[in-house]
Design a binder for this molecule. Structure first.
Ligand code: KIV
Length: 309
């Protein structure tokens, strides 16, 4: 493998820099990543923020929802992403059940993420009691990103994976949660799957960077899931996703070619192997014949096939 991190000329993105981008109206680009390789892609692409989303549960771990993913699994993935990133600000999702119970639980989990992965901030979902958890984590010196609108960890309460805030009353609840998380000290917030009109109404109230996913163009930035951007799966695709490639097709075609060539004996060729200096293979046969291996396994037909089998 030849994927060593290249030295970057860019300085690491900081929270004040993100606030400045908001003030200047410069859109912030965020994408998820789940391992070293996807982190290297995000970094090379110039992303400002990278999120190790608990969408990892579905995209890379094969769970049916984000709910089952554990703290240990998310920490392993976040640490791998950290090793691949030097510039974008790294945010990690705290998984379902790892922060809701008490302020102590929330702080303990957030501290584990920061100490064991080196992430720059943690993300937690919803308003309500989560607002207290956000305040507690911030008081412990850890940056928090909030997440309102469609919150996949508790989607069942909202009637499934559907846009939120489609009536004025429902939208008011989304706005309340967003402002409460801001007041609790969150450094940024994700708005997921809410009408663009709601975003426009609430944006003047938001002093922290707002990163949208299915929340329209009025936010300070956008986030999409790595596998969605690259077309790496054939599962459900929410309407807010824009695909920039169809890698599933090209990856499957490439692996199909490889399997077919192995089955046909067409790969590997001499070009993919290593040679020995002239005469060394013959000498090896002689050495083997004279060694304890040769004595136990006398070679009658010294062809390469016989040696390998
Ligand atoms: O888990 C995730 O990938 C997310 C983004 C969609 C915001 O929370």
């Amino acid at each position: 493998m030849s994927v060593q991190p290249a030295a970057s000329a860019r300085r690491p993105v900081t929270l004040p820099e993100l606030a400045e981008r908001k003030a200047l109206g410069q859109p912030i680009a965020m994408i998820t990543a789940y391992d070293y390789a996807s982190a290297r892609v995000a970094e090379a692409a110039g992303a400002d923020m990278v999120l190790v989303g608990d969408s990892a549960a579905m995209t890379v771990l094969g769970y049916p929802s984000t709910v089952p993913v554990s703290v240990d699994e998310m920490i392993m993935l976040t640490a791998a992403v950290r090793r691949g990133l030097s510039v974008p600000l790294l945010v990690a999702d705290l998984p379902f059940g790892s922060y809701e119970r008490s302020d102590e639980q929330a702080v303990e989990t957030a501290q584990r993420f920061v100490k064991e992965t080196g992430c720059d901030a943690v993300k937690i979902e919803r308003g309500g009691t989560t607002v207290d958890r956000a305040r507690a984590i911030v008081a412990a010196g850890i940056a928090v990103v909030g997440h309102v609108g469609l919150t996949p960890q508790t989607a069942v309460l909202a009637g499934g994976f559907r846009a939120q805030g489609r009536t004025a009353e429902a939208a008011l609840e989304v706005c309340r949660a967003a402002v409460a998380l801001q007041d609790a000290g969150c450094s940024a917030i994700v708005f997921e799957a809410i009408p663009s009109d709601v975003t426009e109404v609430v944006m003047p109230l938001m002093r922290i960077p707002v990163i949208g996913i299915g929340a329209g163009p009025a936010t300070d930035g956008q986030v999409l899931v790595f596998h969605d951007v690259l077309g790496m799966h054939d599962g459900h695709q929410p309407r807010f996703v824009k695909r920039y490639a169809s890698l599933l097709e090209s990856m499957t075609a490439a692996v199909t070619d490889y399997v077919a060539e192995v089955h046909a004996g067409a790969f590997p060729t001499a070009a993919h192997g290593y040679g020995m200096a002239a005469g060394e293979a013959e000498r090896l046969r002689e050495l083997i014949a004279l060694s304890e291996i040769g004595l136990r396994h006398p070679v009658t037909d010294p062809s390469p096939t016989t040696l390998v089998s």
